[in-house]
Design a binder for this molecule. Structure first.
Ligand code: PNS
Length: 161
């Protein structure tokens, strides 16, 4: 049987335990996961692309069948470049649904061969997001348990705690 690779795209600014959970679960469905960080020149992230690549590689060290990469431009083009046709995304609360639906439909319009697959997030991470975690960490809030320990340390460093 042909090995199935899925692309797990995102901003990952920074990677959270919710992301890690989706990656772990996606590995139970697919043979290989490519965690693909969007390099978006129009957005100023908290962590640079290099920092995010490094943080994710560190967090996933020892996890087999995972590649961490960056991409620019259209996701569907990147998916084809990686010789696959599967995008995997996590779905949290209802609020994610509309955005994900829009993206999936646009990707489908751009390339009908590419399929989007959604995994429901674990209830523990239902309401967490990189944005809300950064917001709490910025003012010294304790975000341990929501992000991997190494990411927690980097957030403290960034915000001077
Ligand atoms: O973690 P995010 O910010 O929700 O991830 C969004 C991402 C990177 C998956 C999305 O913005 C994306 O795929 N961008 C690449 C540009 C593209 O292909 N756009 C057309 C589909 S909306």
């Amino acid at each position: 049987m042909k090995a199935r690779t899925a692309i797990y795209p995102g901003t990952f600014d920074p990677i959270t335990n919710g992301h890690v959970s989706i990656i772990t679960r996606a590995l139970k469905v697919f043979d290989k996961i490519v965690v693909a960080i969007l390099n978006n020149p129009n957005k100023v992230p908290l962590f640079t692309l290099e920092e995010r690549l490094h943080m994710i590689r560190h967090v996933l060290k020892g996890v087999r069948h995972v590649e961490v990469d960056a991409f620019e431009g259209l996701l569907v083009d990147y998916v084809i470049e990686k010789n696959t046709n599967i995008i995997v995304r996590g779905l949290r609360a209802l609020s994610d649904f509309e955005y994900e639906f829009q993206m999936a439909l646009m990707n489908r319009k751009l390339n009908r061969e590419v399929q989007s697959v959604f995994l429901m997030t674990d209830y523990k991470w239902f309401y967490t997001s990189s944005t809300i975690i950064k917001e709490a960490a910025r003012f010294g809030g304790d975000v341990s348990g929501l992000v991997p320990a190494s990411v927690c340390a980097r957030l403290k460093e960034k915000f001077g705690f």
